[in-house]
Design a protein around this ligand. Structure first.
Ligand code: SAM
Length: 630
């Protein structure tokens, strides 16, 4: 029976006659699932009949495109250019609008799908801008509802934050931006964790654009996350649990998810979600806040998990955030829902988990008793139904720890035996190691020191880590982060600024500075390798494919430098990049280290025409979009 149903709702393949392997675009997905529709139509506390009809209608409509600007020193220039491009769109209906609830007006919604944007000629200029800036990490395409959970974490620059299920990292980047948002120095550390090593690499890629020394990336099962390091408990001011879920809120974006939905998926995930939350409770500081979120509307994955925590930990309570982000529309969480078994039959009596051997239905799946419901206040949870503001679906609960839990540590230790096995390290996995614990430390630091004029500087070599992948990249972390790397109990696979990269050219230092990390530490570097240049000199290097000669003054100063890496600083008060640092190379002439992707973005921002061959060369994502189109 189940097999038949599965068959019926499988995606249909549209055969291509060109013999190539079909891509996602070649499939026609059946966007219905009777089992799912029956399930939600009966959860009347979540949606009444009218709301359910609206929900199904919305799920069949195109999902608007949403994106957000990364907050950094270039944001005002980007925002200005974006404004110009938006105003150039004749039809006002087609213009992207700011998401009113997103702080700082840096998130936008465009009422068209990616395919529709591609076909609409009046959106062409904007589309190209978004592609280039996305590749450069300046714009992040992110579903509107997925932007919500970090906003309720209320992160401050001095907070230590743990993002337990973080890849691919859209929420981590929001958290990092918050850490760096204040006028004060960011002293907090952000740990982005994911159980999947390959996805940790995605995390590394996503977060490197933020150029932050305040992040580390770990690779643990969230439910096994180390709670004690040596004698010290790991405690965080903020914890985000954006847990693995059935994803039935993402059907508009992922049409293949229609076919994958079945009752048992939500039930099985409920168990994992409870164990992850249990661990989160241990990891948050007393008076700390933590957020639980899923992209599912299923109460088994949502309120039932929150109720499980509230039932077991009296120190935890739901925070009333109804006055925060007032223009963001939301539904209240529910305290009652129906429980169905695999066959879709409603269960009204909790199974006794011990005696009922067949029990795949945990008792924690059931709604709270009347007394519990009064105490738990599950109405403080938030469900974002797609029809409320034309989005995907999401669930968010904001929790707070009002007491301490360390007295329970003994009990937790016993339970540890039952949690899933630790992740095995696969070939190619590589950890970050403290540089001062690796061979050749003295020689490496001495050559870097002499070459870059770092003698007497406060630059702390103990904050450098070496990635054990043999590529010789040196990562720079704040001291608090490096102390965690040194302890070696966490499996840290990346993070920080990728500050130096090993190279084989040059004489004295075979570590060149990367652009990525430069702005955060350049002020600590001596004058030995620094060159002040004017805006037009920067532009000259940017558009040239080979090393160039700059003004006599600059060349005179460069003449006395040996071949190798240099640090350029723009000194030109009329330039939008005044005071910014860029790394480059001195040989017979001077050149910049700017990747093709960054070059395109910089040219767009500074309104510079790229040489014709480069301007018309499609970027990787443009090539991909075109391929998908064909
Ligand atoms: C919903 S996604 C997270 C999305 C992410 N927070 C973001 O905003 O980009 C869930 C993530 O959890 C990871 N994951 C699954 N099981 C996990 C576990 N037991 N512990 C930690 N991470 C897990 C998956 O690899 C996946 O990357």
């Amino acid at each position: 029976m189940e097999g038949e149903k599965k068959e019926e709702i499988q995606q249909e393949e549209v055969k291509k006659d060109d013999g190539r392997k079909p891509s996602k675009k070649d499939y026609h997905y059946i966007t219905e699932n009777p089992e799912m529709e029956k399930f939600y139509s009966q959860q009347t506390s979540i949606m009444n009949n009218e709301e359910f009809k609206e929900y199904i209608e919305t799920m069949h409509k195109t999902l608007p495109t949403t994106f957000r600007l990364t907050r950094n020193e270039q944001t005002p220039i980007i925002k200005e250019e974006l404004k110009r491009l938006i105003n150039n769109i004749d039809n006002k209906q087609e213009r992207p609008v700011e998401l009113s609830w997103y702080p700082g007006g840096i998130a936008y919604q465009l009422n068209a799908s990616r395919g529709e944007i591609q076909k609409n000629k009046s959106l062409e200029e904007l589309r190209r801008f978004i592609i280039v800036q996305t590749e450069a990490g300046v714009i992040s395409r992110q579903e509107a509802v997925s932007m919500i959970p970090p906003l309720f974490l209320n992160v401050k620059p001095y907070h230590d934050v743990l993002d337990l299920c973080a890849a691919p990292g859209s929420k981590t980047t929001q958290i990092l931006e918050m850490i760096h948002s204040g006028p004060e120095e960011a002293t907090g550390i952000v740990i982005a964790n994911d159980s999947d090593y390959k996805r940790c690499e995605l995390l590394d890629h996503q977060t490197k654009r933020l150029q932050s020394p305040n992040i580390i990336i770990t690779n643990h099962l969230a439910q096994n996350y180390p709670i004690k390091i040596g004698d010290q408990f790991m405690k965080f001011d903020r914890v985000l649990c954006d847990v693995p879920c059935s994803g039935d809120g993402t059907l508009r974006k992922n049409p293949d998810a229609w076919g994958k939905w079945n009752i048992m998926r939500g039930i099985n995930l409920h168990k994992t979600q409870c164990t992850i939350m249990r661990r989160a409770v241990r990891l948050v500081k007393s008076c700390g806040r933590f957020v639980y979120s899923t992209c599912s509307l299923n109460p088994y994955e949502d309120e039932a998990v929150v109720a499980f925590i509230l039932r077991n930990y009296p120190q935890i309570r739901l925070v009333d955030v109804s006055t925060e982000l007032p223009t963001l529309k939301r539904c209240k969480g529910v305290s009652s829902w129906k429980v169905f078994n695999k066959e879709g039959e409603e269960l009204t009596i909790k199974p006794d988990s011990k005696e009922d051997g067949s029990s795949k239905i945990p008792s924690t799946l059931f709604p709270p008793t009347e007394e519990e419901a009064k105490r738990f206040r599950l109405d403080r949870c938030m469900r974002f139904l797609p029809q409320l503001q034309n989005t995907g679906g999401f669930f968010v609960a904001v929790l707070e720890k009002v007491g301490d839990l360390d007295c329970d540590f003994k009990e937790e230790k016993q339970k540890r035996k039952k949690v899933p096995k630790p992740i095995k390290t696969r070939k190619g996995d590589s950890r970050l190691m403290p540089l001062n614990m690796t061979e050749g430390y003295e020689t490496i630091t001495q050559t870097i020191k002499t070459f870059y004029g770092l003698e007497g500087s406060t630059f702390d070599f103990e904050c450098l880590g070496l990635k054990g992948d043999g590529k010789g990249t040196l990562h720079y972390l704040i001291k608090k982060g490096m102390d965690l790397v040194r302890i070696n109990e966490l499996k840290i696979v990346g993070g920080g600024l990728k500050l130096f990269r090993k190279h084989s050219v040059g004489q004295n230092s075979n570590f060149r500075l990367s652009n990525e990390g430069l702005s955060a530490v350049a002020h600590l570097f001596g004058e030995r390798r620094k060159l002040e240049i004017r805006h037009e000199e920067f532009v000259k290097m940017l558009v040239s494919e080979s090393p160039v000669q700059l003004s006599d003054e600059v060349m005179e100063r460069a003449k006395n430098m040996e071949v190798g890496c240099v640090i350029f600083q723009i000194k030109d008060t009329t330039s939008p990049i005044n005071k910014q640092y860029f790394s480059g190379w001195k040989s017979k002439g001077l050149s910049l280290f700017v990747s093709k992707v960054d070059k395109k973005a910089l040219c767009q921002n500074l309104k510079i025409e790229l040489p014709k061959n480069e301007l018309h060369e499609d970027s990787d994502s443009e090539k991909k979009e075109k391929k998908d189109e064909n």
